[in-house]
Write a new protein. Structure first.
Length: 415
């Protein structure tokens, strides 16, 4: 598709509603979030459920006064009792609906990454693409699907058929094994859906670097595509600087730091398998292996060890795993984020840069900035905020669904 071609918003499939569908009626004054296009209905907002819907079935959503609100997927075991597929009463939720939604989502990514034979890109990003609970990443010639809601599981075959039709890719692998599955009452599923099992490592390219992605066992779908723009930013700022990459996983930031001319990179992770992948990516791309060190350790403990050794760095990357999946866990997560940022700031040389991230949906951008500011105060360091960082453009956020902005990043400078 050419850049000049105009695409419509996610479409409402034509058709009328069936006679007597299952229906969820909300309590009085609980419809406002849906009217603002927030796609979740929590169990506490439900007055009653009419009919006998099974998990994943389509239900009609109505206000206490009877007004139509949307068509949603029923999830009896979740606090999120329904996720909205469409807000139009004329919509028909069937295989054709998913074919069009997937086609539209894939078309939006046409110009996001440079053309290449082995791209790495997110093709479907859940609620922002009108497909709650559906995540699809492309790694070269393989699609990796994660279905994390009852409705997404119910329509698995239609979604996969739509993906094959929209992309022409015939190898599809499912990685529905995230922790959130338990909250949804869904059994984990990891298996080939089309085209047989993928290779042990699937090659993809990003900004001139090649990565081998373990789509069968790696974190989430195998690689953190959301950090693409932030890796590129780091690459532009590290020439002749000493870099510490914490929670390095498979070495995306490490490889970009070396490609950007860093004088030395120390990569730390608690996983031996992750460090092996990081080493492999440095070697695979012909980067200077003599300028990289890989340490298997708990990052919290290693930061203190560096302090005791008198080590300092010009650039530090903190990209930890999710500390707070929900807002209820935010207080405990805040202590963890403050701790690692405090120790990192104490290790920065004057003028040094801190790339610090949170991928916790339960920690807002404002809260994360306050946490880092508190860490700077405790470290006795004057810190300037240079740049807010977010996920790449193939991970869009719906303005009606701010929870979709899970990745928050701050580029700070110690002065």
């Amino acid at each position: 598709m050419n850049r000049s071609e105009t695409l419509p918003p996610p479409p409402a499939a034509p058709g009328g509603r069936k006679s007597g569908p299952p229906r969820i009626t909300l309590l009085p004054d609980r419809e406002r979030s849906l009217q603002r296009r927030h796609p979740w209905v929590f169990s506490g907002a439900v007055a009653r459920t009419d009919g006998d819907p099974a998990a994943g079935d389509t239900v009609e959503l109505r206000s206490a006064k009877g007004g139509f609100l949307g068509w949603g997927a029923f999830s009896p075991d979740s606090r999120i009792r329904a996720r909205v597929w469409d807000f139009h009463e004329s919509a028909r939720i069937d295989a054709a609906f998913f074919a069009e939604r997937v086609r539209w989502a894939v078309a939006q990514r046409d110009d996001i990454v440079e053309p290449g034979e082995r791209p790495g890109i997110r093709l479907v990003h859940g609620e922002a693409d009108g497909l709650p609970g559906v995540v699809v990443d492309r790694f070269g010639d393989c699609l990796v699907v994660q279905l994390s809601s009852a409705g997404a599981v119910r329509w698995r075959e239609a979604i996969v058929d739509a993906l094959v039709a929209a992309t022409g890719i015939e190898r599809v692998f499912e990685r529905s094994d995230a922790e959130v599955m338990a909250l949804e009452g869904i059994q984990p599923r990891v298996e080939a859906l089309r085209g047989g099992a993928p290779d042990e490592r699937v090659a993809m390219e990003e900004a001139g670097l090649v990565y081998e992605v373990d789509v069968r066992h790696g974190h989430k779908t195998g690689f953190y595509l959301d950090q693409r723009d932030n890796r590129a930013l780091l690459r532009d700022l590290v020439e002749d600087r000493e870099v510490l990459d914490c929670f390095c996983y498979s070495g995306g930031f490490t490889a970009n730091a070396l490609a950007g001319g860093a004088s030395y990179v120390t990569a730390v992770d608690s996983s031996a398998d992750a460090l092996a992948a990081a080493r492999r990516h440095v070697h695979l791309n012909g980067l200077p292996e003599a300028r990289a060190d890989f340490i298997e350790a708990d990052v919290f403990a290693q930061l203190r060890k560096f302090r005791d050794q008198g080590r300092q760095f010009d650039v530090i990357v903190l990209d930890p795993p999710k500390f707070a999946p929900t807002a209820a866990m935010a207080e405990r997560a805040s202590r963890g984020y403050k701790d690692i940022n405090l120790w990192a700031l104490r290790l920065l040389r004057p003028g040094g840069l801190l790339f610090t991230f949170s991928c916790s949906g339960g920690v807002s951008r404002d809260l994360f900035q306050k946490i880092v500011a508190g860490a700077a105060a405790d470290a006795g360091t004057n810190v300037r905020l240079l740049h807010h960082m977010s996920a790449a453009a193939d991970h869009p956020v719906s303005l009606g669904f701010p929870e979709g902005e899970y990745l928050k990043g701050l580029l700070c400078q110690a002065v």
